[in-house]
Design a protein around this ligand. Structure first.
Ligand code: NAD
Length: 362
């Protein structure tokens, strides 16, 4: 059977890590029909928009996409196409498993954490009021009238939106994931002590949903305490469920704990569509240098194989990647931070080494 998958190379280092991942996925023996689609900077040049409609059409048709990172201009220019994609396709759950593969450069041991990040609202609602704009003046007036708080005219505002519906579905997603994957505990992460209405609602819903899953332990932690505990004893955490911004930040913290962005995969999932992409961004300074680690993207490919029901091939690919890391001969600079440059390899050589390992198990 052949799987139809939308393939989005992205920009920056995206095309290189995507190509390496495509090669190892094909080497598993699974057949793919790749439906190539451009997003971000490349699409802007080709179509005059960073997010052309045909990308949505392709993903809606294929239901599954493998995506390289896409650059987002800071402060001005187009809003994040990543955020827009997730919202438009209602990919409400960002799933990021972080585990330590022996040989990865980290002082920690035995970490196996799954981050479940709400993907559609929170501080990434995209509802923003720019300093000096007329709608901002109206908002400032409203806050003055209803909250008796004076906001200066030099204020910008971004809305943090937390809804009952989105909170319920993301917490349910986390518990369902925990149950299906034999995980023991779900921890809800929040700052409900300060943001009583937004994070307070998220926590209240999490407590409510937890009652439906008596077989899974539930607890909650304030996000700043979580960060401290993660760097002291990350092994105590299992599945974390977080609103959008905390999920984004804590993901990178967890990536650091397990050995860096080069080994940090991810997926954006909705009820019937999925985009698989690494945690990392487009690392523009390394564009075209055959330098960065493709394993984060490859491990996202492993998640994709599981999603497609190809568990055996997913396990084979994960083992091949793990073997290359453990051997330490054909890894990129990030996995051997102290090694001279002639003792590390480039993106495409990592793909060669993974394919060689796969061939040993075919
Ligand atoms: P980044 O993740 O692109 O890179 C930060 C640093 O991490 C790099 O300079 C590099 O040293 C290291 N790194 C990243 N990926 C690596 C890899 N595969 N192997 C080895 N080292 C790696 O973060 P940034 O520089 O803050 O963001 C660059 C752009 O990417 C921004 O425009 C940002 O908005 C965008 N971004 C996109 C996505 C996405 O498409 N899903 C995600 C995050 C950031």
């Amino acid at each position: 059977m052949a799987y139809h998958v939308t393939l989005i190379p992205g920009d920056g280092v995206g095309p290189e890590v995507t190509e390496a991942t495509k090669r190892v996925l094909e080497a598993t023996g699974v057949t793919f029909h790749w439906d190539l689609a451009h997003l971000g900077g490349g699409a802007q040049e080709l179509f005059g928009t960073p997010l052309p409609d045909y990308v949505f059409e392709s993903i809606r048709k294929n239901k599954v996409a493998l995506k390289g990172p896409v650059t987002t201009p800071i402060g001005s220019g187009f809003r994040s196409v990543n955020v827009a994609l997730r919202k438009e396709l209602d990919l409400y759950a960002c799933l990021r498993p972080y585990k330590i593969y022996p040989g990865a450069p980290t002082p920690f041991k035995d970490v196996d954490i799954v981050v479940v990040r709400e993907n559609t609202e929170g501080l990434y609602s995209g509802i923003e009021f720019e300093v000096g704009a007329s709608d901002t003046a109206r908002l400032i007036e409203l806050v003055g009238e209803t909250k008796e708080r004076v906001l200066g005219e030099d204020t910008s505002v971004s809305l943090k939106v937390i809804s009952r519906t989105a909170s319920q579905r993301i917490v349910k997603f986390a518990f369902d994931y925990a149950r299906a994957n034999h995980r023991k505990k779900v921890t809800a992460v929040h700052k409900a002590n300060i943001m009583k209405f937004s994070d307070g609602l998220f926590l209240a819903i999490a407590r409510e949903v937890a009652k439906e899953y008596p077989d899974i332990e539930f607890d909650n932690v304030i996000v700043d305490t979580l960060c401290m505990q993660l760097v002291r004893a990350p092994q105590q955490f299992d599945v974390l469920v977080l609103p959008n911004l905390y999920g984004d930040i804590v993901s990178e913290l967890c990536a650091g704990i397990v050995g860096g962005l080069g080994v940090a995969p991810g997926a954006n999932l909705g009820d019937d569509m999925a985009i698989f992409e690494a945690t990392h961004g487009s690392a523009p300074k390394y564009t075209g240098q055959n330098k960065v680690n493709p394993m984060a993207m490859m491990l996202s490919g492993v998640m994709m194989l599981h999603h497609l029901g190809e568990a055996k091939n997913a396990d084979r690919l994960e083992k091949a990647i793990a073997d290359v890391i453990a051997e330490g001969k054909n890894v990129t600079y990030d996995l051997k931070p102290d090694a001279p440059s002639d003792q590390v390899v480039g993106t495409s050589q990592v793909a060669d080494a993974v394919i060689e390992k796969l061939e040993e198990t075919s």
